[in-house]
Design a protein around this ligand. Structure first.
Ligand code: FAD
Ligand code: SIN
Length: 485
């Protein structure tokens, strides 16, 4: 099978790229489950962009650099932030409906690390609104073919050129060739025992790119979101940073508001600082989100945060009347496949957009709501450089074997998640990292010859774990969300 574009992933990066690419040629979207199954779907807070009269690009740039511990690629920061308002307007043109203020202007929320209110949102379910709107458009595009329930297994690469991707579809292997291959496979939060990321986030894209010899960067910078609801099994439900943006505070098991002791911006400090403080306080006992200052304004809260309000209520908590147990959880991968500002990777014909990519926007710690922004701006670059004349097929072989009786690797996976959480999590030591590496190498030896998608995912996760550990070991000093003792 040959297409002009093959796009791996159907989060914001993949579907937005597909809509633009469809104007230039035939597009195939590959996605593991249903189109809407993505991190994007769960995004709550929104997209950061300069819209207020009080705000300007310089401030957004400065906030991004400061949150990223100045490890960012300044060119990427400038480029993406200056394009943000235009990217929002393009989403609106496609039918995405953002919340409005009383004057009918785009309403702006506040989140950690931002010096101004600049979070464009749709109540507290921004991602769902974006994903559902764009998926509807995808379904109507004649130039777009969608393979749901399809696993991208390997990139087809020879001599530094990417020709396509090998997939597993209905238990059969198939090679897909394309003039441009786009990796938009999202993040890797599932590497950790506690995460906000749904089960699709197993880091397959970075693992495939690594095996294909593609350049990676900053894998040690895993961001932990401070306020995941501390109840039930992982993935943990997120309580958006926008809740703290509206005034909620954090208390430790003694009832103390501890954040002012850690940072001048208290609860609205950059995310790495808040997660690290909670992690310290958790040694004494549980940590809570306290929004009881708003007990009088229940209706207003319910209107602003309908999803969070409802979810907590279903689980026996009242957002404005109870102390809500929270914990940090793995949330976002700041590093990944290195790209330039067109999304080009180090392999010819392979592009990468969204969380899987590392443009350098986020540096050592991502500023809140800069991820959807990066996905929207960068995937818009898909058609900015000319396509090669035609897709070639240097005849990559297909594996002969089909699925027989796969051995489950779920136990290996949960051991891996525990090791990563305990030794490669919020706080790291050289000793812990070395031990984690040893343990992962021993898990790697236990992996069966892959005979199911689950097996391939687990093998990818072990690869990713080793890559994170390797980068973390090399960075001996703390920086951003990499905290070393
Ligand atoms: P995703 O949206 O994760 O999409 C990846 C796609 O790739 C999926 O469709 C997946 O099925 C597919 N895929 C993966 N591997 C394979 C494979 N091997 N074969 C085939 N398909 C594959 N960011 C913000 O900026 N603002 C927010 O408010 C915000 N809130 C968040 C809330 C939560 C709970 C979470 C989890 C994240 C949040 N983020 C937020 C981060 C943001 O949502 C993600 O970084 C962003 O959506 C990533 O988009 P993406 O298109 O790169 O990847
Ligand atoms: C949130 O709503 O707190 C998530 C925002 C983000 O990940 O940027």
């Amino acid at each position: 099978m040959t297409f002009d574009f093959v796009i791996i992933g159907s989060g914001l990066a993949g579907i937005y790229a597909a809509l633009l690419a469809a104007k230039k040629g035939s597009v195939l979207i590959l996605t593991k489950k249903k189109l809407k199954n993505s991190n994007t779907f769960y995004a709550q807070g929104g997209i950061a962009a300069v819209f207020s009269d009080k705000d300007d690009f310089k401030k957004h740039i400065q906030d991004t650099l400061k949150a990223g511990a100045y490890h960012n690629n300044k060119k990427a920061v400038e480029f993406i932030i200056r394009k943000a308002p235009e990217a929002i307007r393009k989403l609106v043109q496609l039918g995405v409906n953002f919340s409005k203020d009383r004057q009918g202007k785009i309403a702006l929320g506040r989140e950690g690390g931002h010096s101004e209110a600049r979070i464009v949102h749709h109540f507290d379910f921004t991602g769902k609104m974006i994903e559902e709107t764009l998926v509807q458009k995808i379904r109507k595009e004649k130039n777009i073919t969608v393979y749901e329930g399809t696993f991208a297994k390997e990139l087809l690469v020879k001599n530094g050129v990417c020709y396509g991707v090998q997939i597993i579809r209905s238990t059969k292997f198939e090679n897909i060739y394309a003039r441009r291959v786009v990796m938009a496979s999202g993040g890797l939060g599932q590497m950790y025992a506690k995460t906000t990321n749904p089960d699709i986030a197993t880091g397959d894209g970075v693992a495939m790119a690594y095996r294909a010899g593609c350049k990676l960067k900053d894998m040690e910078f895993i961001q932990f979101h401070p306020t995941a609801f501390h109840q039930g099994k992982s993935p943990l439900f997120l309580i958006s940073e926008a809740v703290r943006g509206e005034g909620a505070i954090l208390r430790n098991s003694e009832g103390e508001r501890f954040m002012p002791r850690y940072h001048e911006l208290a609860e609205l400090a950059p995310r790495d600082k808040v997660s690290q403080a909670i992690f310290q306080e958790e040694h004494q006992g549980p940590v809570y989100l306290d929004f009881t200052s708003q007990a009088q304004h229940e209706r207003k809260l319910q209107k602003r945060f309908p999803q969070i309000f409802r979810y907590l209520k279903q689980h026996g908590y009242h957002l404005a009347k109870d102390l809500i147990p929270i914990t940090p959880a793995a949330h976002f991968s700041c590093g990944g496949i290195v790209t330039d500002l067109h999304g080009k990777t180090s392999l010819k014909n392979l592009y990468a957009f969204g969380e899987v990519a590392c443009t350098g926007l986020h540096g050592a710690n991502r500023l809140a709501s800069n991820s959807l922004l990066e996905a929207a701006v960068m995937s818009g670059q898909i058609v900015c450089s000319p396509l090669p004349k035609k897709a070639s097929d240097p005849s990559f072989k297909l594996p002969a074997k089909m699925f027989s009786k796969p051995v489950s690797t779920l136990k290996i996976r949960s051991s891996l998640q525990k090791i990563m959480w305990e030794k490669v999590g919020i706080l790291r030591t050289q000793k812990g990292l070395t031990l984690a590496e040893k343990e992962l190498l021993s898990l790697q030896k236990k992996l069966p010859v892959p005979d199911s998608i689950e097996n391939y995912e687990t093998a990818n996760m072990v690869t990713i774990g080793l890559l994170i550990i390797d980068s973390a070991k090399k960075r001996r000093k703390s920086l951003g969300c990499h905290l070393m003792y």
